[in-house]
Design a protein around this ligand. Structure first.
Ligand code: CMC
Length: 425
């Protein structure tokens, strides 16, 4: 890629070790440390703060400038001019579709939204009160039982079929998870509706009466899906890649991504935001809460604030802040008691030294939680919505990895346990 080199000098090594340095198309240079293992040296990077685990041409983030690009296109432009279906095509294929390609892609997705009828039986084995993410992990993992024997992951057509099935079926499973939890019948998808309208239909329609999706809410849903569609090598995508690097069934790999997403430091934060706002309960309790957040001995954090990569602002949050206003207005709930709490927390985070010094800005989950609540989506389903939006990203990364030479992911360790010792007696 380039002639740049780095040199590593180290006690106990006679000659400096020369390491190639690669330049990406943009972003930080990368030192290739692969030759170190042969010299008996590992690099140490818990949390992968400084490690590029792969080459990727899908998504670029510049955390210091608040830049997020899908295949080179800024997220703000995509949110304004594009839609989720088009972004799915873009992430998977590396280019925007022309109108015919887009229509064919959408048609293909629409004709794969139903799940095997036996999947319905699977749902009945879960307790009704199960967390929707637990059910999703099971239901998406179960797809591997339906699509395994004939699946050749080295066949590009098979990989494309995997992508279409997952993008099409995960919203259906997400809505089924909700319907099951409230004891309502599953609603079959409707092909005359757009992706996001259909999602609202499967969530909120019943067989008893006509359901007409609200265009403002469908638009907000579409934006939420679009803004979550990819985020380069985050914890869940890296999990999908790691699982996929073993050659495992891709439906099972995506289920492992859903598992990683569930945690409150990642996708679970949108649910945690609402839990936090409810816990605070009233604007007068905010000072005490902030005191706890700043207390090193108290594990409480301001949920929906801070990001591993964005250290200036989260561009997705900017888009959703405006969308949140539209949804509130449409639903006539500008008087929601949680809103003043959210606004005051936002103000404090932008003005208080503790948050400024640590670059803790509202992230995408702060506003998505507020919008989803306004749409009527129950709090414990928020992370399932994130998973639905992130599906094209996960599949695009899996597809990119399998399309190129790759090695099984196998990190090493700094061993700190006992050295060899004899079993007593
Ligand atoms: N509230 C209060 N303090 C915080 C917060 C927060 N939300 N986040 C970080 N800090 C403090 C942290 O205590 C540390 O302070 P100090 O330097 O005094 O020890 C400093 O800021 C650096 O934090 P860190 O934990 O080292 O940062 P990180 O990059 O490892 O963690 C994070 C990033 C997102 C896990 C963290 O900011 C966090 O837990 N935020 C709340 C959860 C959240 O909203 N997650 C959603 C991320 S966006 C969705 C996605 O892409 O997954």
């Amino acid at each position: 890629m380039t002639e740049k080199k780095a040199q590593l000098t180290m006690d106990g090594i006679d000659e400096p070790i020369e390491l190639p340095v690669y330049e990406g198309s943009t972003g930080p240079d990368v030192v290739d440390v692969r030759s170190l293992v042969a010299k008996g040296i590992f690099t140490y990077d818990p949390g992968f703060m400084s490690t590029a685990s792969c080459d990727s041409a899908i998504t670029y983030i510049d955390g210091s400038k608040g830049v997020l690009l899908y295949r080179g296109y800024p997220i703000e432009q995509l949110a304004e001019k594009s839609d989720f279906m088009e972004c799915c095509y873009l992430l998977l294929n590396g280019k925007l579709p022309d109108s015919e390609e887009k229509a064919t892609f959408i048609d293909n997705i629409k004709h794969h939204t139903m799940v095997h009828e036996q999947i319905c039986n699977l749902f009945t084995s879960f307790p009704r009160h199960a967390h929707p993410m637990a059910v999703m992990i099971g239901a998406v993992g179960a797809l591997s039982a339906f699509y395994h024997d004939d699946l050749k992951i080295n066949n590009i057509e098979h990989r494309k079929a995997v992508a279409v099935r997952l993008i099409a079926k995960i919203p259906t499973l997400a809505a089924m998870t909700y319907k099951y939890s409230i004891g309502q019948p599953f609603m079959y998808p409707r092909n005359e509706l757009s992706f996001s309208e259909n999602f609202l239909h499967m969530m909120f329609a019943t067989p008893c009466e006509e359901y007409v999706p609200n265009p403002v809410l469908a638009d907000a849903m579409d934006k939420i899906f679009l803004l979550h569609a990819d985020h380069e090598q985050n914890a869940s995508t890296s999990t999908v890649r790691l699982a996929g690097s073993t050659g495992a069934n891709p439906y099972a790999c995506i289920s492992s991504g859903i598992t990683a997403l569930w945690g409150p430091s990642h996708g679970g934060a949108n649910e945690a935001v609402l839990t936090m706002l409810n816990e605070i309960g009233d604007i007068s309790h905010i000072p005490d809460y902030i005191k706890r957040v700043k207390d090193k001995n108290d594990p409480v954090k301001l949920m929906g604030f801070g990001h591993r990569v964005y250290k200036n602002f989260d561009p997705r949050a900017h888009v959703l802040r405006d969308a949140a206003k539209n949804v509130m207005k449409e639903m006539g709930i500008e008087n929601d008691p949680l809103l003043p709490i959210a606004k005051e927390l936002e103000r404090i985070a932008l003005e208080d030294d503790y948050f400024i010094e640590r670059n803790l800005y509202p992230n995408v989950d702060f506003y998505s939680g507020i919008i989803l609540k306004a749409i009527g989506i129950p709090t414990n389903l928020f992370t399932v919505i994130f998973a639905t939006g992130r599906t094209p990203g996960w599949v695009a990364h899996w597809h990119e990895m399998i399309s190129n030479p790759f090695k099984i992911g196998r990190p090493r360790q700094l061993y700190t346990g006992p050295t060899q010792r004899d079993y007593p007696g």
